[in-house]
Design a protein around this ligand. Sequence first.
Ligand code: ZN
Length: 263
Amino acid sequence: MGMVAREGLTGVSVDVDTRAPTGATTAYILGERGAVLVDPAGRSDALDEAVETREVSHLALTHHHRDHTGGVAAYADAYDLTVWARAGRESAFETATGVAPDRSFREGAVLPADEGVTVVETPGHAPEHVAFVTGDVLVTGDLAVTEGSVVVGAPEGDMRAYLTSLRRVHARDPDVLYPSHGPVIEDPRATCRRLIDHRRQREQRVLAAVDGGAETPGTVVDAAYEKDITGVRDLALATVRAHLEKLAVEGRVRWDGERARPG
Ligand SMILES: [Zn+2]
């Protein structure tokens, strides 16, 4: 995808080792002066140039997955950035990045770039996952993608939280979403609805599989996924576990972490 730029936002694609099909993560710079660098997945000349042009002062992550963190230490050091982490996840941030955060944020916090960058909690894909808002720009990390879906897998992923996060973004009715992987999302509401429907359909299949006698995540995967999942079976297993956890909380299945039974 290369680069996107508009008022208050620059996105620079960084090649990374990721299981996302794009093979790249987009780092974003939000604000004009005193700007916030989000998800520097690695260091590159293009990102250096963007950081210098926007007079970046702050660094924050949508979440700590490895394909978002590779440039944190290098940029924090080279540009003396104030490093922010989700409150309560500071030590996880340090483990993931090798950098101890200077400050922490919570839901609704405003990072002090010139226009202000507001934190919106969007957990589910990862416990600390947040989106960043400035003006009518919403940077959404791994919450949403234009095609396919994102991984929400146990033990880290939380399906109930993920669906709530999609509904929150849907309710904000933004004009456009800037995701970490793949093209800009021009139809945020339709995309949120598609992703919610996708989870509902999978959940129905998981429920039907358990009602039909499937007990282990492996047998549920066999029953609930039709397509060839060679190469991503581990992700399917983690996803099924996340669905089973949600269904158990809702009293629709019984699930002890190893075996599921009809609720
Ligand atoms: Zn991720």
